[in-house]
Design a protein around this ligand. Structure first.
Ligand SMILES: [Mg+2]
Length: 319
C-alpha cells in the first residue's frame, strides 16, 4: 500500500469493522467508528463529493513563496476529482484575493471565495455584532485594514485623535511603541473592545520562524489586563463559516494543518477529521509528544498521500 500515513488509532478509538473491509487493511484500521454507520448527506453545489477538504496554508501548501514539494499536485488531483477545497490562514496581513492569486500563480486555480483569512473572519464577526459604521484602531497590516473597511468600519489612523470603538490586532511587521500605546489607551481609557485576529506565537518563513500575531496581541493584553476576543484558529469561526456555506456536517470535512495547537485542536473540537502534515512547524519529534487534545487522527509526512487518504475516507463515508 503506497499510502504514507500514520494514525493515532488509540486516541480516536479506531477499530476495524467488517463494513469497511473493502477499503483495505491499511486505512480501515484507522477509521474512527463514526464513519461506519452514518447516513451521509450529499454535498450540494459543484463540489459533488462527500468530503470537503480544508487546508492551512503556511507550512502545508507553501513556505513563504516556495511551494512545498507534492502539495500543488495533490491539490489539483483533489480539485480534479470534484472535491470542494478551502484554505484557512491565521495570517491577517493579506486579502483573500492575494492568496487566491498566490495559489493560482503556484499552479492551483483558487477563487477568493475559497480562502478564509483571520482578517476576513474578523470582519464577519464584527458585522455579526452590528459593528458596521463603528470606528476601529488597527494594529496590523494592509490586509487587515482592508477587511475592516470592507466590513463597513471606519479605520482610525494613528495620527487621528478620534476615539475607536474597537481595537483589532494582527501581525504587524511595522509595530511601534506608539501603536501599542494607542491601543492601550483606546481599551483602557475609552473602553474600546479588543479583538485579536489570531494568537499564533510564530509565523513560518523559508528562513525560519518570525514572531506571529500572538506576539503582537500579548503586550496589549499585558498592559491592559484585558483578554482579547480571538477569531482565528483554533477558535471556531473560520471553520463554522465554511460548514455553513457548504451545508456539510463537521464529520464530512477534513482539516489538514501543520500546527497542532491551532489547526488540529480547533478542527477536532468542532468534530472535523484532522490530518497533521510534517512539512511546517511540527517536527516528527514534536508530533510524538503531542498532548491528547492536539493529537490528529492522521499524520502525513507531506501531501503526496493526501488524495489516497481522501479517496479512502470518502469510500468509508459513502459506505
Ligand atoms: Mg501553518
Amino acid at each position: 500500500m503506497s499510502l504514507r500515513l500514520t494514525a493515532n488509532a488509540a486516541k480516536v478509538g479506531c477499530r476495524t469493522r467488517s463494513l469497511l473491509s473493502a477499503l483495505g487493511p491499511s486505512l480501515t484500521r484507522f477509521l474512527p467508528p463514526r464513519y461506519t454507520g452514518a447516513v451521509w448527506k450529499a454535498v450540494g453545489g459543484r463540489g459533488e463529493r462527500a468530503v470537503v477538504v480544508t487546508f492551512d496554508l503556511d507550512g502545508v501548501v507553501y513556505l513563504g513563496d516556495t511551494p512545498i514539494p507534492g502539495a500543488i499536485a495533490a491539490l489539483n488531483e483533489l480539485a480534479g476529482a470534484g472535491h470542494s477545497l478551502f484554505f484557512l490562514t491565521n495570517n491577517s496581513t493579506r486579502s483573500r484575493q492575494f492568496y487566491a492569486d498566490k495559489l493560482s500563480g503556484m499552479g492551483i486555480a483558487v477563487s477568493p471565495e475559497q480562502v478564509m483569512t483571520s482578517a476576513y473572519a474578523t470582519g464577519l464577526y464584527l458585522r455579526s455584532i452590528d459593528a458596521s459604521g463603528k470606528s476601529v484602531f488597527v494594529v496590523g497590516e494592509w490586509g487587515l485594514r482592508a477587511e475592516m473597511e470592507e466590513a463597513g468600519l471606519r479605520v482610525i489612523d494613528l495620527e487621528d485623535p478620534a476615539p475607536a470603538d474597537f481595537v483589532v490586532v494582527g501581525l504587524d511587521r511595522d509595530l511601534t511603541y506608539a501603536k501599542l500605546r494607542r491601543a492601550h489607551e483606546e481599551i483602557t481609557v475609552r473602553g474600546a473592545r479588543f479583538v485579536a485576529t489570531n494568537r499564533d506565537a510564530t509565523y513560518p518563513m523559508e528562513t525560519g520562524e518570525i514572531p506571529g500575531g500572538g506576539a503582537i496581541v500579548a503586550p496589549i493584553e499585558c498592559s491592559t489586563g484585558v483578554a482579547a476576543v480571538t477569531i482565528g484558529k483554533p477558535e471556531p469561526p473560520m471553520w463554522r463559516h465554511i460548514l455553513e456555506r457548504t451545508g456539510v456536517q463537521p464529520e464530512q470535512a477534513l482539516m489538514i494543518g501543520d500546527r497542532a495547537e491551532t489547526d488540529i485542536l480547533g478542527a477536532k473540537e468542532l468534530g472535523l477529521h484532522t490530518a497533521l502534515v510534517l512539512t511546517g512547524v511540527t517536527t516528527p519529534e514534536m508530533e510524538r509528544s503531542l498532548a491528547d487534545a492536539h493529537r490528529p487522527e492522521f499524520v502525513l509526512p507531506d501531501l503526496t498521500g493526501l488524495p489516497e487518504l481522501v479517496r479512502r475516507l470518502e469510500a468509508g463515508v459513502r459506505g
